[in-house]
Design a protein around this ligand. Structure first.
Ligand code: NAP
Length: 525
């Protein structure tokens, strides 16, 4: 099996076939060894892009009308096929990202879990939110009509692989799993930094699609190392929605492109976030070292390459916050430098950090800790006063990497003012005693208005995959804060509500039939 995969590794998957007609090729990069990997990938051509979208569009109705049980079997089989890739996948992942084997295996486990969660959702079936208003011909002054509503899939979807989650938020990650579950064929625009990992996973999805009798265009994977392929996909008239995780620049460009189409389509982009942490003095005084140790770990975890990385720590000027800052700096300086995902992300981190640290009135708290080897970086923090932070919006930007800015506010009033002036965020964290929190409900209120998830006495890194998770937030954390990219509710991004009026029972989908053959929750009015 792996021999075939080796042979086909550099190619694009268009439905059930491998093609590579383009001339432009690229390689991935091993950041630990600081050298290119040895597989050549072929950039998808305009013809290949078109073929993938056409195949998805032609087969949309067939896939849409495939039963929930069959789709669930498809998703579960993808999970099995990914496991069958075994160490080949893990080795490829590590060599393309510099991330350790433990992380690769953990992320594979999360990917499997996500696929299985959506399979369970489909097997149960109530996610379509069937709502039935039966007719009442006797109603006065007008008879009431029979109306039945359910969720139906939007159509073919483009998913952009995320550089910082090569498995859980890429080829078979959360966006793909949720879109396939909804009944939308998926075309993945693979992330160029982990094209090999993506191609292996794509082969698992194709194999599962064949084994479970799915229509051919249900999934395609296109390689590219430039923005054109993604732009062509988003502009294609037969694409109906987009999922994206990455930079503010990329996400916004794709959102604008989608809005300018003749038929605008939704783009669910998850972009930058600095995840503010508010630390109140009483709790800080009680547990200074505990919070310093935990935040040193959270800031530097996986070289800070998480969308939930705590990039901003707000406290009130005083002994507690000063002690915390020095303990945090000390803890961070003990942590070994870590390899970043790619030279481009490494360079982006250095440039952005330098831009922030060169601002006047900003004090670096961990200095001279930069390792000499390329692509490796150590954690760092800096401190600034509240007035300067408020006046310099460059300090509000995400520095994607192991960096956090401590803001020393002159009062709780200023701290609240800062929260109200922040852009939308994925998360916020409140470190406080219960009594302190109860006395500062307006801080909780202010944070709630800015974020999608509020954490009490914890760290923002580590996203639990479960039904109650919200991974999204007011813009620019995400382009549509009404939806979550994590957890089974993510399926709602890829569906639209639809009503049948006065339809005979025999012509209704099973979810809306009177006898309820699927035995799902039907809301009857
Ligand atoms: P990215 O530059 O946004 O790229 C993500 C994907 O979008 C890539 O496939 C890229 O294509 C494509 N893309 C980017 N700009 C585009 C455009 N204008 N039109 C069409 N497609 C476009 O993100 P990245 O490569 O993952 O990392 C770069 C930076 O993004 C990081 O340094 C970090 O600042 C940020 N980032 C943030 C998060 C977060 O969760 N907050 C996560 C990951 C990255 P090509 O690569 O093929 O050009």
């Amino acid at each position: 099996m792996f021999k075939i995969l080796d042979m086909e590794l550099g190619k694009n998957h268009i439905g059930f076939t491998y093609t590579a007609t383009g001339r432009k090729t690229f390689t991935t990069f091993n950041p630990k060894l600081n050298q290119p990997n040895d597989v050549l990938f072929t950039e998808a051509t305009v013809r290949e892009i078109d073929a993938a979208v056409e195949l998805a569009a032609v087969n949309f109705d067939r896939y849409k009308n495939t039963s929930g049980k069959k789709k669930a079997h498809f998703l579960n089989t993808i999970a099995e096929e990914i496991l069958t890739l075994g160490d080949t996948l893990i080795k490829m992942y590590c060599q393309e990202t510099g991330l350790p084997e433990g992380r690769a295996k953990g992320e594979r486990g999360r990917t499997i879990f996500q696929l299985q969660s959506f399979a369970n959702l489909l097997s149960e079936g109530s996610w379509v939110e069937a709502t039935i208003d039966t007719a009442n011909p006797e109603r006065k002054p007008l008879p009431k009509l029979d109306l039945r509503r359910m969720n139906i899939p939007l159509g073919p979807v483009v998913v952009f692989g995320a550089s910082n989650f090569p498995l859980a938020y890429s080829t078979a990650g959360g966006d793909t799993a949720s879109a396939l579950a909804a009944g939308c064929p998926v075309i993945v625009k693979s992330h160029p930094m982990h094209a090999g990992t993506g191609t292996l996973v794509a082969s698992a999805i194709i194999s599962a699609a064949k084994k479970t009798g799915m229509p051919e265009g249900v999934f395609s994977n296109l390689n590219s190392s430039g923005i054109e392929v993604g732009q062509q996909l988003v502009s294609h008239p037969k694409i109906k929605a987009v999922g994206f995780t990455g930079s503010m620049r990329g996400g916004r460009a794709l959102f604008d492109l989608a809005a300018k189409r003749k038929e605008p389509i939704p783009v669910f982009a998850e972009m930058g976030s600095i995840n503010p942490v508010v630390i109140l003095p009483e709790e800080l005084d009680k547990n200074t070292l505990y919070w310093a140790e935990n935040y040193a770990k959270s800031i530097t975890l996986a070289a800070g390459q998480f969308c939930t990385n705590p990039g901003l720590i707000l406290g009130v000027k005083g002994n507690q916050f000063t002690n915390f800052a020095s303990l945090l700096a000390n803890e961070i300086s003990k942590i070994e430098p870590n390899c970043m995902l790619h030279p481009i992300i490494f360079k982006g981190y250095k440039t952005k950090k330098q831009q922030v640290q060169s601002q006047s009135k900003l004090e670096a708290l961990v200095e001279n800790n930069e390792p000499q080897s390329d692509n490796f970086t150590a954690g760092s923090i800096a401190r600034v006063d509240g007035d300067t932070f408020l006046n310099k919006t460059v300090l509000h930007d995400e520095v994607f990497g192991p960096f956090s800015l401590l803001v020393e506010c002159k009062s709780l009033e200023q701290l609240k003012h800062i929260i109200n002036n922040l852009e939308g965020q994925l998360t916020a964290t409140l470190i406080a005693t219960e009594k302190e929190a109860a006395a500062n409900l307006d801080i909780i209120e202010a944070l709630q208005n800015r974020v999608g998830r509020l954490i009490f006495n914890g760290v923002p890194t580590g996203v639990e995959v479960c039904n109650s998770m919200v991974h999204g937030g007011p813009y620019p954390a995400s382009t549509d804060c009404r939806f979550s990219a994590v957890g089974v509710h993510a399926i709602k991004r890829w569906v639209r509500p639809f009503s049948f009026q006065n339809f005979p029972d025999s012509l209704l989908p099973e979810a809306l039939k009177d006898q309820n053959p699927l035995n799902i929750n039907q809301t009857r009015i």
